[in-house]
Design a protein around this ligand. Structure first.
Ligand SMILES: Cc1cc2nc3c(=O)[nH]c(=O)nc-3n(C[C@H](O)[C@H](O)[C@H](O)COP(=O)(O)OP(=O)(O)OC[C@H]3O[C@@H](n4cnc5c(N)ncnc54)[C@H](O)[C@@H]3O)c2cc1C
Length: 405
């Protein structure tokens, strides 16, 4: 199933693009106070120096447990980008999204666990989130990061070709795999769907192999397990096509979560230091081209595949809308989902949701201190005047002006 070379359906062949920037729809779930808070956050993100300083002080002040500072972060950064500290505390945010026809994906975002007890605790919480999703009509998927369930260095070792594990490492890996399978088993029994996030290329080979085993086991009658493909990787599109072919040959359904990829600088820096070829596309246009091709490949094979399009890119969403229309598919085809992160690109999520498409937002939750690396990544990603953050700021300002009348 080589990806086709033709481009997306031409805009002129379809009805006018959806209006995705209606800020009334986008921010109906946010109070004016919350919009002022968002304004302050995105304004600070526009200044990279403030972000760097903020990241430094936040990390240290939270470590020192300064109570006033912890409360400040909880009420600003955390409240904007996270659903709460526990599953139950996410309920109001889940309901607010549901009112705007947007579903949630509760993502236990604790990172940097290093002990077996920590990995077991992440497993217990992830299983609780699976049960919660099963009982909750407004939660669409469950999700986990493999690095929350297993030691990072072990994943690195397992991903190196030809590496030999010690006896202890073999049993450590067996325990880690059992954790992942327990989650897959629970999701499958409960009739849910499971996304598995992708991280750096040097831990990904073993993750891909394990997730594929899970697909072969759990995707017998529908796509339950979805692997993540980062299209900023040169190898991602061929990997996707081959993964799909193996699913067809193996008689199971293929689940693909498509993202561009979040670790560009780290990938390039490591390749340069270690002297291997850069695994990342040479430029943004190449990433965009492969992203479009990957979406198309999945849509071409919906009889055997389901696709989850995770992006904040307006054009990628408009392309998908055009393709759904051109193929005569219903807007809410259960095999197609779009997704953005909580606190970001609400204009896409809510306008698409209102228009009848399947949209679910990743909603991170967990104890404030553990979620901090996630929050710092969001601040960095939104930093600078030309980035995502400045668009968010522009939309928030527009809505505040509209509310003032
Ligand atoms: C719901 C959801 C789930 C996600 N899950 C994951 C995950 O599991 N793993 C993960 O890695 N990321 C994940 N991400 C983040 C994602 O990979 C992107 O970093 C982020 O969404 C920005 O890309 P975009 O498509 O939204 O928008 P855009 O702003 O159009 O694209 C920015 C992206 O383009 C790529 N890019 C930028 N410059 C260049 C360049 N010079 N050369 C090549 N490529 C370039 C990079 O990937 C960059 O992040 C997720 C995002 C969402 C919304």
């Amino acid at each position: 199933v080589a990806p086709t070379a033709t481009s997306f359906v031409k805009p002129e062949e379809t009805p006018a693009p959806l209006v995705l920037e209606d800020t009334r729809v986008a921010f109906a779930h946010r109070s004016t106070f919350e919009l002022w808070r968002a304004r302050l956050l995105f304004w600070s993100f526009a200044h990279p120096f403030v972000v760097r300083l903020g990241a430094f002080f936040t990390t240290w002040f939270l470590r020192l447990r300064l109570p006033g500072f912890t409360a400040l972060i909880r009420k600003t950064l955390f409240a904007h980008f996270c659903g709460g500290e526990s599953l139950a505390s996410c309920e109001p945010a889940v309901e607010a999204l549901a009112q705007g026809k947007v579903l949630s994906i509760l993502d236990y975002s604790v990172e940097g666990e290093k002990t077996e007890a920590g990995f077991d605790a992440t497993l217990r919480e992830t299983l609780a989130s699976v049960d919660y999703a099963a009982d909750h009509p407004h939660v669409a998927f469950s999700v986990f990061k493999v690095t929350g369930l297993v030691r990072y260095a072990l994943l690195e070792k397992l991903s190196l070709t030809g590496s030999v594990l010690t006896k202890d490492e073999q049993s450590e890996w067996a325990r880690a795999k059992a954790r992942m399978e327990a989650i897959g088993q629970r999701v499958s029994e409960k009739g849910g769907r499971l996304l598995i996030d992708a991280e750096e290329t040097w831990t990904q080979p073993i993750v891909d192999a394990t997730v594929e085993e899970m697909m072969a086991r759990f995707n017998r009658s529908r796509a339950v397990v979805f692997n993540t493909y980062q299209l900023y990787r040169r190898a991602a599109l061929p990997n996707l096509a081959q993964g799909f072919e193996r699913a067809v040959a193996g008689g199971y359904f293929f689940g693909a979560k498509l993202v561009r990829g979040a670790y560009l600088e780290r990938e390039r820096a490591r390749a340069a230091v270690m002297g291997y070829p850069d695994p990342i596309q040479p430029d943004k246009a190449s990433t965009d081209r492969d992203y479009d091709a990957a979406v198309r490949l999945c849509l071409d094979h919906l009889d055997r595949a389901a696709v989850f399009v995770g992006t904040h890119n307006d054009e990628s969403c408009q392309n998908l809308v055009r393709e759904i229309h051109a193929r005569g598919l219903p807007r809410n085809d259960p095999r197609i989902f779009m997704s953005q992160l909580y606190g970001m690109s609400d204009h896409l999520s809510f306008n698409l949701g209102q228009a009848g498409f399947n949209v679910a937002k990743y909603m991170p939750y967990g104890p404030l201190r553990s979620v901090l690396p996630y929050l710092i990544r969001r601040a960095e990603e939104n930093s600078g005047i030309a980035g995502q953050g400045s668009r968010e700021l522009m939309l928030v300002n527009r809505e505040l002006r509209r509310r003032r009348g």
